[in-house]
Each structure stands twice: as C-alpha cells, then as structure tokens.
Design a protein around this ligand. Structure first.
Ligand SMILES: [Zn+2]
Length: 740
C-alpha cells in the first residue's frame, strides 16, 4: 500500500513544520500531498513546537469539532482519512467537504469529526492520517489540552460576565473622574466596578492578530478558545460557508447541557453584534445578523437561552415588514452532519421569517420599550426585549430624552423615545434568570463604550461607561444578596487608544468663542489643552438620575486617541451622535435631519483644528493593550495577575463547576461510565482504558457504583493496584491507584 516510506516521512515532517508558516499563507499554486490545517489549532502542528503555550484547551467533556484540510498531489484525490487521539482512532463518522476557499489547490478537502469530547485532563496528541487515490499516505500531528476542574467546597450557581466593550483602563478612569471627581489627588468616591475586590489584567489577542475585534474577544470568554477576527464560537476553516466551521461548545451550552442552567444575553447594542453573538451563536461571519439572531432561537434548547435583550429588532421582523433588516445574504444554514452531531436545527435561509412571532409563540414575554419592560412580571421565566431597530441609542441621548421630553430629542428622531437604561435591563434580567433553581450564566454588555470610542465621541463613551457602572452596581447588589454568585467585570479589548490628556484651561464660554475663530491649532490646542498641573481637577455635577447635568463644563476633561482617524476637534460635546447606518427603516430620513453627521470628519469643522489620524480608516479602532478584569463573589480570588483572555473562561468554569454537589450532577451527565477527574492519568471513558506511569499514584473520581469499579480494578489488563477509596455510601467516590 505504501509506496515510499522515506518520502512519506519527509512529507509528514515538512507538513508539521511548515504548514502554518508557509503553506497556509502563501499561494498554493503547486499541489502536493499535504495537510495544510489541523484543528483545533496548535503550535505542534503549525511550527513543530510541542511545548506550551498549548493553544487549544477544553473542559472535561466540552465538545468541539476536529478538522483537517488535506491537499492531494496534482491529478490525485483524497480517498480516506481518520483522526487519532493519543494513538487511538476516533471511531466517529468522518465527513468530507470540498475546501472551496480561495487559493486551495484542486482536490483539497476538509475532513471533520463533529462534536468530539474528551474527559481526561491532560495534553492530548491529535493526528490525522489521510490516504490519496494512489495509496500514498500523509499524516500530521497537533495537540490540545483538557483542563481539570479542581473540587472545591463551594461553587457558584450563578455567573455574571459583564463586558464593557472597548473599555480600556483609561475609559474606567475617565468615567470615575467624570462621575465622582478628584479632590487634592484622591478620587472622591469609587466607581461600583472599583468596589470589586479582586483585579487582574487580561491579554486580548485573537488567533490571527495581536489586535482583536469583538468576535474573538468575546469568543475567548465564551468558549475558552482563540478565534480569528470576525469569527466567534468557531475555529477557522478552508471553506467559504459561514455555518460549517469547526465549533466549540460555549459556556451557555456546556452549563445547560451539564446542569440545566439558563443563559441570559443583555446588551445596549444590536443583538447580532459580536459580543452578544459570541455567547449564543457560532459563525465565521460576525455580520450575518439574520442568521445569528435565528441561531439564538433555533439553538435555545442547547444554550438554555431564556433572556435576550438589546437592540436589533430589524433582524426579528420578516423582510416584508417595514424596518426589517433580514436578507438571504445575512441568513444561515448549517450542514446536516454538523446539525446531527450537535443536536441542533440545520437552519434555513428564510428572510421572510417572523422570528419575533416565534419567540412569543415559544412563551417569551416581549418588551418593545422601557414601559413594557417595567411591567414584566417578576415570575416571568422567558424574556425578549428589542428596544431599537439596530444599536440602542447611547446613554447620553437616552438620558437627554428622559430629562427633556417634548418629542424633539435624538431618541425621538430615531423613533424609539422609550428605551431602558442598562441597569434597568440588568435588574429585570437577573429577576427572570433567578427563576431557574439550577442557576444561570448572564452576559451583560455595555456595548457602546466601544462604538463611541470608535467614533471619537468622548463624552458619549464616558457617559456610557457610567451607564455600564450603574449596571455593575445592580449585579454587585445581586451578588451580595446571593453569595452563590460570581461577578466578573472586564472588556473584550481596548478601543481607540483613548486616554486622558488632561483638562481644558478655559471656561466653556471661552472654549466656544475660541472654536468660533476658526484658528484651529493655536486657539483650540495651544491655548486650551492643559497637561500635568495645568489640568487640575475637572468638576462635573451629577444629576439625580446619576448622570452629569452637562458635559460642557468649564475646565473640562480632554481625551485623545492613539489609534485615531482624521478628525476635527473642538472639545465641545457633540449635540448629535453620528448617523447609524445600520438602523434600518429610519436611515434615509435620518440622513436628511441636520446635525447628524455621517462620519467624524463632518463634525467640529468650524474650529478648524485638524488632528491627523494615524490610521487611514474613517473611525478610530482597537488597540492591543491589556485590559482590566475585576471580580467579586464566590471564589473570585482566582482572578488576579496577568491572564490570557482564554484563561478567564477556565477560571469562571472552575468557580462554576468546583462545587462538590454541582460536580456530582456534571459527572452523572458526562462521566460515561464515570471517570471524571483523573490526576495525571489518561483514559477513555468509553473503553475504560487507563494509562499511568509506572510507580505513579493516581486519584480517580467516579460516579459509578462500587461494583463497576471493582470490575474495572480486577480487569486483568489493568496494570494498577487499587489502594483505597473514600467512605462507602457516598454517591460519587474517590479512588487511589498505584501503577505497576
Ligand atoms: Zn470595536
């Protein structure tokens, strides 16, 4: 069968060393039998390095797809393939699909095993062996790790993950200065997020860049694994289809499958946006809004989704309805093999779908505005809130609408005068999610801190950070009242390279006069910008609603951007936000309303102070700097130091799953036939095959009854001695073994 063993060994080594570095990135003009991608990603495959960092890590039992892309020699085909883990062939069905992405040589295929899981905590070797039509064989090897859960006395029944999108450390500081002020060098009061006792920093890089976007930024928290930019809940692949990428089971799916917990997703953005999307969908196209929102509903029985609130109503209305944003191009389908393996619907391209109607028919209480949200019964168990066609209006504009009334505010122009604040949405979400005695995971996002930092609208993102902090206070109070709750507050990345330059040296009246001169740099920079001791302590007055009475104060705080686009700056609060091009029905008339600029370059032109952008784009963008994470509640002390964003997932799950009683339930569901935690031993739950080092002592934890384990331990093949166990009678048991 094998024609030339030497050649094959050479090819395998070549593939293992070079695939990631050269073949994937380069033009694949010359076909040669090779494995060009092995998923989950590993440095063992991409660069031949078996050492840490182990790129792809999973919880015991967490499901993920295994995939390889294999290209044949010219004129040949790939005829068969199998995957092995630690040398044992995975018995599951292997499926083939054409690798139709640009640059793939003729005959290239993606080969998959779907919804694989491994319960043994260890670094595992993954190999693909593929056979070409002339019987040549190619192999390649990578690795992944299964991370153990350490038993603890107490666990967290409820997990609240709060994400201030784009919220770097400067965004936090600016919000604190604006809200609380500084006296003689001391903050007059902390933000609520400052009151969380445990703090660390988080690195935010994505699978394919030091600078992440919000999809992998959120996906790392939701799945524990890196994703490419623009993709969430999946690993990259070599096909053009959006719904067929290798999936990774998310926090909601895992906790719902294991323990029947509920999932809540709450955001101030359009619900299809990356951060909410990553907690309830899997796609390589973060912009496919109809598909992402369809998936929220179609896969609700997998994720346990019972609360969904934010903007984005346009995706929930049939395309025959005014305001709908649904199109065939943004919809989704999933290959039958994926749907079957994961136990989910395959999806349909149905732009005419009445998704809102389906949510309601399924028993969701629907709140279209703040008044309806207030009226939602405390005993409601499923809640959908859609408060705008696209992104909700930002906190400044919602507050202005509440303060002024009269129908002439920004929120009136947008057609949604009665939108809730994030703290109000948070209160209702926690009340509904608390109905589930099994507990819940909630993702609550202050989404427009990022969006307004992109637009370099400093006052708007500062006020949104204050809105986010008020929602944090609600979660803090919930956790104080429910000690079995973990709260983490973090960001997915920094946005804008925003920072606090200092403060204005002039009064607001004076600033307005200087802007009117049109003498740009001299008037608005040289005579206004106060750095160091010239900055002093800006003093904002906070209204009874918790927000600044005005941001146009004398001697105001000044913000600059390191990752900025070209803009004009006059430091004065922009009276109107930018147009929202994704708003749906109101976009054309909104375009006509004076005062809604289309991009930052249309603002503040009179002052003629031009700030040259350091990037070519029309808006500022994300930076690669670390962000802050704060935590409180059950076992929150595990959050500290410098963490990778994927570490956060495993720390959250350690807290959520460490509890002995909760673990028991997990084991019942995953421990087939019961091996769950095995210290240093590799084993296959399906075959009861165990391996250990000679002389090593291992502890095993199992849910099966004593008789099963007696049978196992008297198996002639098992090279181990049964030392002892914990007291008989407990439902799950610890065993101690010494290997021969
Ligand atoms: Zn962003």
């Amino acid at each position: 069968m094998i024609k030339n063993k030497t050649q094959l060994v050479r090819r395998a080594l070549f593939t293992s060393w070079m695939a990631g570095a050269v073949l994937v990135g380069a033009q694949l003009s010359q076909a040669a039998l090779s494995v060009t991608r092995l998923t989950p990603p590993s440095t063992l495959f991409s660069s031949g390095n078996p050492n840490p960092p182990i790129i792809s890590r999973f919880l015991p039992g967490q499901r993920f797809d295994i995939q390889a892309t294999v290209s044949p020699d010219a004129g040949q085909m790939i005829g068969g393939a199998q995957f092995s883990v630690d040398g044992t062939v995975i018995p599951d069905t292997v499926t083939f699909a054409t690798a139709n992405a640009a640059g793939q040589p003729a005959g290239s295929v993606v080969i998959s095993v779907r919804a694989y899981a491994n319960i043994i905590a260890a670094v595992h070797t993954l190999s693909i062996t593929a056979t070409q039509s002339d019987n040549q064989v190619i192999t390649a090897t990578g690795n992944f790790e299964v991370v153990p859960i350490t038993p603890t006395t107490w666990g967290a029944k409820n997990v609240i993950i709060m994400i201030g999108d784009g919220m770097g450390i400067a965004h936090r500081t600016a919000a604190r200065i604006m809200k609380n002020g500084v006296a003689l060098g001391k903050a007059k009061a902390p933000l609520s997020m400052d009151l969380l006792p445990f703090t660390g920093t988080v690195t935010t890089h994505s699978l394919n860049s030091i600078v992440t976007d919000s999809s992998p930024g959120a996906s790392c928290y939701a799945t524990g694994n890196k994703a490419n930019n623009n993709q969430h809940g999946v690993f990259p692949d070599d096909t053009t289809e959006n719904g067929d990428n290798p999936r990774v089971e998310s926090i909601g799916e895992y906790l719902h499958r294991a323990q029947g917990r509920s999932l809540g997703i709450v955001t101030t953005t359009d619900l299809f946006d990356s951060t909410p999307g990553a907690f309830g969908s899997h796609t390589q196209a973060r912009t496919a809004g109809a598909g992402i929102c369809d998936e929220f509903f179609d896969e609700r029985n997998a994720t346990g989704l019972t609360v969904l609130m934010g903007g984005g109503r346009k995706w929930f209305l049939p395309n025959t309805t005014s305001g709908s944003g649904r199109t065939a191009a943004t919809d989704y389908v999933i290959p039958a093999s994926v749907a079957t393996a994961w136990g989910i619907p395959a999806g349909v391209v149905d732009p005419g779908r009445d998704l809102l109607g389906e949510f309601v028919a399924d028993g969701f209480t629907y709140a279209p505005h703040s008044t309806a949200l207030n009226d939602v019964s405390p005993t409601t168990t499923k809640l959908l809130g859609l408060f705008n066609f696209s992104n909700m209006n930002v906190a400044k504009d919602k507050i202005d609408g509440r303060r002024n009334g009269g129908g002439t505010n920004v929120v009136d122009d947008f057609g949604f005068p009665d939108q809730p604040m994030l703290d109000e949405m948070t209160d209702k979400a926690l009340a509904v999610l608390s109905q589930n005695p099994n507990g819940f995971v909630a993702m609550i996002e202050g989404g427009s801190i990022d969006k307004q930092a992109h637009l370099m609208d400093s006052d708007r993102w500062m006020i949104d950070a204050i809105e986010f902090d008020r929602a944090i206070e609600r979660c803090r109070q919930f956790a104080l009242a429910h000690p079995d709750t973990l709260v983490i507050v973090t960001a997915d990345h920094e946005c804008g390279g925003a920072n606090i330059i200092g403060a204005s040296r002039v009064t607001h009246t004076n600033l307005v006069a200087r802007a009117a001169t049109g003498q740009g740099t001299n008037q608005l920079r040289n005579l206004v910008v106060g750095t160091l001791d010239l900055a002093g302590f800006p003093k904002y007055t906070i209204g009874a609603d918790g927000y600044p009475e005005t941001t146009d104060i004398d001697f105001r705080m000044l913000i600059g951007y390191a990752c900025n686009a070209d803009r004009y700056e006059d430091w004065i609060t922009n009276p109107k936000p930018l147009q929202n091009a994704s708003h749906g029905i109101l976009t054309p008339p909104l375009n006509m309303i004076p005062g809604y600029p289309q991009n930052p370059l249309e603002r503040d032109t009179v002052g003629n102070y031009f700030v040259t952008g350091q990037i070519q784009d029309a808006i500022a963008t994300h930076t690669a700097s670390d962000i802050v994470l704060s935590a409180m509640g059950r076992n929150a002390a595990v959050f500290g130091g410098v963490m990778d964003n994927t570490d956060v997932f495993f720390k959250v799950m350690q807290v959520a799953l460490g509890d002995a009683a909760l673990r028991q339930e997990l084991m019942e569901r995953f421990g087939n036939p019961g091996i769950v935690a095995i210290n240093g031993v590799t084993a296959s739950g399906a075959s009861l095959g165990l391996q250990g080092s000679s002389g090593g002592e291992y502890s095993l934890q199992a849910t099966t009854d004593f008789q099963t384990w007696t049978n196992l331990l008297t198996t002639p093949n098992l090279p181990a001695t049964f030392l002892d166990t914990d007291a008989p009678g407990s439902f799950y048991r610890f065993y101690r073994l010494r290997w021969h």
